[in-house]
Write a protein that binds this ligand. Sequence first.
Ligand SMILES: Nc1ncnc2c1ncn2[C@@H]1O[C@H](COP(=O)(O)OP(=O)(O)OP(=O)(O)O)[C@@H](O)[C@H]1O
Ligand SMILES: [Mg+2]
Length: 197
Amino acid sequence: MLKSLLFDRYTVRQHMRYLRRNLTHEQQNEAGIMLAEQAMKFVSIAHAQHITLFLSTDGEIDTFYLIKMLWKTKKQVYLPVLHPFSPGYLLFFRYTPKTLLQLNKFYILEPFLDITQMITLEQIDIILVPMVAFNDQGQRLGMGGGFYDRTLQNWQQYHFLPIGIAHDFQHMTQLPIANWDICLPVILTPSKIWYCY
Ligand SMILES: Nc1ncnc2c1ncn2[C@@H]1O[C@H](COP(=O)(O)OP(=O)(O)OP(=O)(O)O)[C@@H](O)[C@H]1O
Ligand SMILES: [Mg+2]
């Protein structure tokens, strides 16, 4: 049973990652622009000041346009950084056009660990969450590290709203979900807002 669940998760991840990595630059640009417009219109984001995002890799929906729009509207953007002492956990650090970045062990760029630029979960308004696949109930599969599941544990006790972002085709009717997976209340894709409460 556990074996077939793990196999399913692996297969879904491989399939979706393959599809998204094969998008053309034009498709990625168009999706990134549409997502940015969608996100800037979304009322919780429009009213937010402190927003965490991620730098896209592996065909993830392009966050570049959204980051530029958030900067332009004077919102503060933060990126995840692997926790130096607690494996599997993330910290979030301010990201500006001047922020120096370095590659982490997953070859993902992250800000240098400058404690003056750190934001706590209590201070965050919105966490934009990467996804490999999702369904109508807001269930998600990530890349398999459990980083966002840990970050979002008991998120209702905080002030922030988690919002998943992905390409439209990453939607699936059914997903092999595990009991530690945290559901998302809202998901934004280039052409749709999914309310999952
Ligand atoms: N809250 C948690 N505490 C401890 N371990 C966890 C927690 N959430 C998930 N994990 C562990 O992390 C591993 C990966 O989880 P999972 O496959 O759900 O990752 P994911 O949701 O795809 O990744 P991510 O959240 O980084 O996008 C699992 O083996 C799981 O046991
Ligand atoms: Mg998970």
